[in-house]
Design a protein around this ligand. Structure first.
Ligand code: NAD
Length: 313
């Protein structure tokens, strides 16, 4: 029997790749409902889906920030029956907090946190009634560890991690599974666009030193990290498929084993000092040697945490 999978944010990046990978499943085990805010942006997905479009893949419009849109979309699904809900839609935000408006910060929470909560609130009651279902949430390594100049984005992912950690306990009683996927950097257009915009902007409200640390120190090291450690959206799609197909899916799923030292640091020193000072040194003392430092980190990758990582292959 085919499982109905509904995915948010499928016009690009990771969401698009998950939709295509599941729709192309050899055994046709999934009926994918790929959703996006604006159906005029469907071309790339339709092209990538090939002959699965209209068969194992259908499209619906859904804006995770709108109660009406979410309700209408779910109501239009046959019997409101969704076996697997994949909360992927999300937005990024970079820069010195002083120069970001409160409205822009709230928009990030509206999408990344409340958008996911809105979806879960709409779909979970039916899953609980059926005593079956799997909810997937696209979190991030930044849901576990703060990252300089990603303050608000990180906070939105921490928020959803806390929400899910609490929900998971109750859902276990109803046989509904909940899994977080925690990628490190992923090469999507979104990242390139954000970097280009960032370099052009002026950052009113932030002092000259802060702007310099952001543009001349953080941005170049962030580009280095993306180059050295970045995964592809296909990698994340494969990891997500593995989580869905696991007989006992884990709650937390890091996709990039090179990030396990960062998580290990956090658990190794509960005062937080080790993490804060390591990131300080990485950014301000070894900035230009970022990739060397990252290779040292690779060597430190703790084997027990590596086992907890889900790999794309
Ligand atoms: P992306 O920008 O290509 O994809 C995000 C998608 O969400 C877009 O298609 C966008 O249109 C959609 N979206 C935004 N607001 C929406 C709304 N209100 N309703 C419906 N859809 C909306 O970027 P991506 O990298 O594929 O991001 C997908 C998810 O992965 C996000 O949750 C992101 O936080 C997470 N993530 C990304 C990275 C990375 O480095 N790219 C790393 C870790 C986690």
């Amino acid at each position: 029997e085919q499982k109905v999978v509904l995915i948010t944010g499928c016009s690009s990046g990771i969401g698009l790749r998950i939709a295509v990978l599941l729709a192309r499943d050899d055994l046709k085990r999934y009926h994918v409902i790929a959703t996006m805010r604006d159906l005029r942006k469907k071309d790339r997905l339709v092209e990538a889906a090939g002959d699965t479009y209209g068969k194992t893949l259908t499209l619906l419009s859904l804006d995770v920030c709108s109660d009406d849109s979410v309700r209408q979309c779910i109501d239009s699904v046959k019997d409101r029956h969704i076996d697997i809900l994949i909360n992927n839609a999300g937005v990024g935000l970079l820069g010195p907090v002083e120069s970001i408006s409160m409205d822009d910060m709230k928009k990030v929470f509206e999408t990344n946190f409340f958008g996911t909560v809105r979806m879960i609130k709409e779909v979970m009651p039916d899953m609980k009634k059926r005593r079956a279902g799997h909810i997937i949430v696209m979190s991030s390594v930044m849901g576990l560890q703060g990252v300089v100049f990603n303050d608000v984005y990180t906070a939105s992912k921490f928020a959803i991690e806390g929400f899910c950690e609490s929900m998971a306990v109750q859902l276990l009683k109803f046989n509904v599974k909940l899994s977080l996927i925690e990628p490190g950097p992923v090469h999507t257009e979104f990242e390139t666009k954000m970097m280009e915009e960032v370099a052009k902007m002026e950052y009113p409200g932030a002092d000259a030193d802060t702007v310099r640390y952001f543009k001349d120190v953080y941005i170049p090291s962030s580009i280095d990290i993306f180059e050295a450690l970045g995964q592809t959206p296909e990698d994340i799609a494969k990891c997500t498929k593995k989580v869905i197909e696991s007989s006992r899916p884990r709650f937390r799923n890091l996709t990039n084993s090179l990030y396990t030292p960062i998580v290990a640091m956090k658990y190794a020193d509960e005062t937080g000092g080790l993490s804060v000072h390591t990131f300080y040194n990485l950014l301000f003392n070894f900035g230009s040697l970022m990739h060397i430092t990252m290779s040292i980190l690779k060597c430190l990758t703790c084997s027990c945490l590596r086992r907890r990582t889900i790999s794309p292959d």
